[in-house]
Design a binder for this molecule. Structure first.
Ligand SMILES: [Zn+2]
Length: 56
């Protein structure tokens, strides 16, 4: 199932509406949303990525 309003970024590990999933600071840009002055591709410039926080 895809959400056009909230497209997943490459750094996201799971769907936003999946159980046990939460936001975490993007390790690539360290939460800044930019890398070397460019938009971080992993988090899409949000500075956050979705990671599974349950059952891990
Ligand atoms: Zn990032």
């Amino acid at each position: 199932m895809q959400h056009e309003n909230e497209p997943l970024n490459p750094g996201d590990e799971a769907s936003p509406d999946a159980p046990g999933v939460g936001e975490d600071t993007c390790a690539t840009c360290r939460g800044t949303g930019t890398v070397d002055g460019k938009q971080c591709a992993m988090c899409g410039g949000t500075g956050k990525v979705l990671q599974g926080i349950g059952g891990g």
